[in-house]
Design a protein. Structure first.
Length: 334
């Protein structure tokens, strides 16, 4: 009846943005940022991780193991993944590289706590560009792919088990006059990955949702024009939707919008890049009086059904609860 404290430091530290990832051998990896003032850099959010057994037993000391001692005064999204050998993969913005702006770092951490790519990990960037929200995954062929936002582009890089880059200067998604901002990244079949991003023309403009699938060699499996998921209206400002891999080469997306006002939608993109649901997705509810935010999706590979849950609020956004919807394989509400 008592929750398990992963980092109950008594010194007033602040733990934020936890992530949890199941292990094939049973158990879990957990990661988070911690502003522990007892570290060598007392100011800043540091990266920590912990491994848990299936019964919740912590395999590392209470408080976890530090991945990176940083001086970040604030945090943003980061990546937690796992490779085929069971190692934890963590990608984050790094302040240790002696450059004024934050760079992208990837770390590979063993199940027993040691840093397999050294104390500083692998630095993916070394430039004056703006970097944001890196993600990392282990691919089915034993490699690692990291993605991040660089200025107005989305960049992907493949690493081998030693952290050596495999795709030269990377796979870059960009469009003149548009800002591309990374949303999510997942491993797919045959060593490929699926990546998604938000596209807009600057602050205040409508935001669209796009995706593509990148092969193990770095080619675009869903075409050079990419796959547009949502382009009628706009995503809510600051919404960078996560998606889930469908286990069959495709992905299921859920997002919420500012146009139409605060409504949730779902879409299933098949392994060939075609849409299983109508273009721009299907709304979780036809009741437009209430508002809906923060959806999450799940997929049944056996039936082709999509499940979406969200937070629903009255029109004044005072009363709220959790609602859900089921879609059949073509997007009809069930």
């Amino acid at each position: 009846m008592v929750n398990l404290a992963l980092a109950a430091n008594p010194n007033g530290s602040d733990q934020v943005q936890p992530k949890l990832l199941p292990l094939k051998q049973n158990g879990w990896y957990a990661s988070w940022f911690d502003s522990n003032p007892s570290t060598s850099h007392p100011q800043g959010y540091d990266v920590f991780y912990q491994r848990l057994s299936s019964g919740g037993v912590q395999k590392f000391p209470q408080g976890g193991i530090m991945v990176a001692d940083l001086t970040n005064s604030s945090t943003e999204d980061y990546g937690l993944g796992i490779d085929t050998a069971g190692n934890a993969l963590i990608a984050f913005l790094d302040t240790r590289e002696g450059i004024t702006n934050q760079q992208v770092t990837a770390a590979k951490m063993a199940p027993y706590g040691n840093a397999l790519w050294g104390r500083h990990g692998v630095q993916l960037t070394n430039d004056s560009n703006f970097h944001a929200a890196p993600k990392i995954v282990g691919t089915s062929d034993g490699y690692i792919v990291v993605a991040w936002t660089s200025n107005s582009d989305v960049v992907l890089q493949k690493l081998d088990s030693h952290g050596v880059a495999q795709w030269g200067s990377g796979v870059v998604f960009s469009q003149t006059g548009y800002d591309y901002l990374l949303a999510d990244l997942h491993a797919a079949d045959n060593g490929s990955v699926i990546v998604s991003w938000v596209s807009n023309q600057g602050f205040g403009s409508n935001s669209q949702l796009w995706t593509n699938k990148v092969s193990s060699s770095g080619s675009l499996l869903w075409g050079s024009g990419n796959v547009n998921i949502f382009n009628v209206g706009s995503l809510q400002f600051g919404n960078f939707p996560y998606f889930v891999y469908d286990g069959n080469g495709g992905a299921v997306f859920a997002w919420y919008t500012s146009i139409p006002t605060l409504q949730c939608f779902a879409q299933h993109i098949r392994s060939d890049g075609s849409a299983a649901f109508p273009q721009n997705g299907v709304a979780g509810s036809g009741n437009t009086i209430n508002v809906r935010v923060s959806p999450a999706a799940a997929y049944s590979k056996a039936t082709g059904e999509v499940f979406m849950f969200w937070t629903e609020e009255d029109s004044n956004q005072v009363l709220n609860g959790v609602y859900g919807q089921k879609f059949n394989s073509t997007g009809a509400l069930e």
